[in-house]
Design a protein around this ligand. Structure first.
Ligand code: URA
Length: 203
């Protein structure tokens, strides 16, 4: 474990701001990221959305869910009647991992070991935010929150995440990867239906 993690084993951060300062100072497990992308949103948010890791745009801007997948999620939330500004938006892994391909940076999924390394930060964030419902967007978030590998398409819906009421759904980048057509429209509608349930469950 790095020094920041070792320091926390003896003294846990007293506030979300202290925790965020520690995350910001902690180096990426795999070098390359521009910065740590911290969670965003109010403490006391009714719903916490947990993604996988920041993407290219998030890494540059230093904010979660601002790239193409984030924009799709933000639109779907609005359509489902969930105010993004009132929700807490974060990721299982706080640094972008990629392989360079010409000028592009191609997203690399985190390994199980990386997910484990970052899990502590997420659990501490939730301790401060205390949401009524934690939404796992995709398999990496679901793995982090349940400790087991989850088939999100088969297990989508309400779930227990330890101390937290949870909900499993797909990651918005999955919707972006589907070829245009009925299948993609159905998948988006199913995602919207999940978000409407999330809204109702968190009321
Ligand atoms: N995908 C994620 O999982 N998180 C982000 O912040 C952006 C894209």
């Amino acid at each position: 474990p790095d020094k920041a993690v070792a320091a926390m084993a003896t003294s846990r951060p007293a506030t979300l701001a202290d925790l965020n300062a520690l995350i910001r100072r902690s180096p990426p497990l795999v070098p390359g990221a521009t910065q740590a992308v911290l969670g965003e949103g109010p403490e006391g948010a009714a719903i916490a959305f947990v993604g996988e890791q920041p993407g290219d745009q998030e890494d540059i801007q230093g904010r979660p869910f601002v790239g193409p997948a984030g924009q799709l999620l933000t639109r779907a939330m609005a359509e489902a009647g969930i105010d993004r500004d009132a929700a807490y938006m974060t990721n299982a892994v706080k640094h972008f991992k990629f392989t360079p391909q010409g000028k592009r940076r191609i997203h690399q999924s985190p390994t199980a070991g990386e997910v484990k390394h970052y899990r502590w930060w997420l659990m501490e964030e939730l301790r401060f935010v205390r949401p009524r419902l934690v939404v796992a967007l995709g398999a990496t978030a679901a793995l982090t929150l349940t400790g087991r590998s989850v088939s999100v398409l088969r297990e989508r819906g309400p779930a227990g995440f330890g101390d937290w009421n949870g909900f499993v759904t797909v990651h918005p980048s999955y919707l972006l990867r589907l070829p245009d057509g009925d299948g993609a429209r159905d998948a988006y509608d199913a995602f919207l239906a999940d978000l409407r349930r999330v809204r109702d469950l968190a009321e």
